[in-house]
Write a protein that binds this ligand. Sequence first.
Ligand SMILES: Cc1cc2nc3c(=O)[nH]c(=O)nc-3n(C[C@H](O)[C@H](O)[C@H](O)COP(=O)(O)O)c2cc1C
Ligand SMILES: CCCCCCC(=O)C(=O)O
Length: 365
Amino acid sequence: MALPPLSEIPPTVASVDDYEGLARERLDAGSWAYLTAGAGDESTVAENRSGFARWQLRTRVLRNLSGGSTAIDLFGTRLAAPILLAPVAFQKLAHPDGELAAAVAASALQAGMVVSTQASVAIEDIAAAASTPLWFQLYIQHDRDFTRALVARAEAAGYAAIVVTVDAPTSGRRDAEQRAGFAFPPGIEAVNLRGLAPPPRAAADALLLGTPLLDAAPRWEDLAWLRTLTRLPILVKGIMDGDDARRAVAAGIDGIIVSNHGGRTLDSQPATIAALPEIVAAVGGQVPVLVDGGIRSGTDIFKTLALGARAVLVGRPFVYGLAAAGAVGVAHVLRILRAELEVAMALTGCPTLAAIDTDALRRCS
Ligand SMILES: Cc1cc2nc3c(=O)[nH]c(=O)nc-3n(C[C@H](O)[C@H](O)[C@H](O)COP(=O)(O)O)c2cc1C
Ligand SMILES: CCCCCCC(=O)C(=O)O
């Protein structure tokens, strides 16, 4: 699949928020709810956004801005900017080309892409559509042999890193999705989990606790087990606590992703930008720390980098681009974010990623 020219996008589309409006017009109510909803009354979703407003940028003038760049090497993957597409399940809900379109866009913009275990396209086909190495997001399944086979498939298909998500042993209660009556349309399913037998039946009166699903939920020992399965770098996604970060590093993982799953799993959590400093301090530079949640602009990205993140992932922003205009929409979203980041870097006097630190921020009272 070739990337259509960006000139196809109307010049009035200037920001990620513009894409949100376009996506909403194009999607049915159920798909919109699945792709955008958060848990409960969505206070975590709101916090992820409002957390960024607690920091402002400190402009610095007349500095030498020559030779600047946003390029970065992460786990052997060269990125044009510290921006990756977050793992997002069932992308065919947003556009018929689904994950294939996202992979084409990520390759064209030299951005990272993390492919979900719950992708709606085979992970081998997504890797084949990309011209840059992708990372594979792993949900450890109740059937560990099936999990082992998934990791082997990802390695064989050329994925360059494993991102193990640890914050969703169960789905969140997304009330907005329930109210919208969301159901998967025919033809959209987790194709990479075909052949996985369901967990044994729960007792009739069991809701979640005490069910075989939760009994088999991943534990710390599983990180050590995963380490034995693959030589690929392993990142742990879904860390919101400094002690958990330290424990993950001690288990031999290679990177941390500070994330509350975009507010989709548990309501009433702090913003990821609020949790980031504690986790950066706990990790103490031993492994790279990445972050996602609520990032909608280049200034948001800048703030995370200033607080110690090495790179960011974006979820809903690229889903909006995908729904609005397929691969070209995703590519445009990535370009907007990078362009906004570069302006923020230039006007704060930080021509390189290494130059960005907390001196570039002001804490709002
Ligand atoms: C529709 C949707 C599906 C998602 N599916 C996954 C998934 O399969 N695996 C995962 O680790 N995270 C998943 N996430 C969470 C994202 O990877 C990411 O943490 C979150 O979207 C970041 O917040 P943002 O949407 O505000 O950028 C999903 C998010 C959305 C919006
Ligand atoms: C048991 C967790 C399933 C999560 C499926 C996809 C996801 O992460 C999300 O929708 O968010």
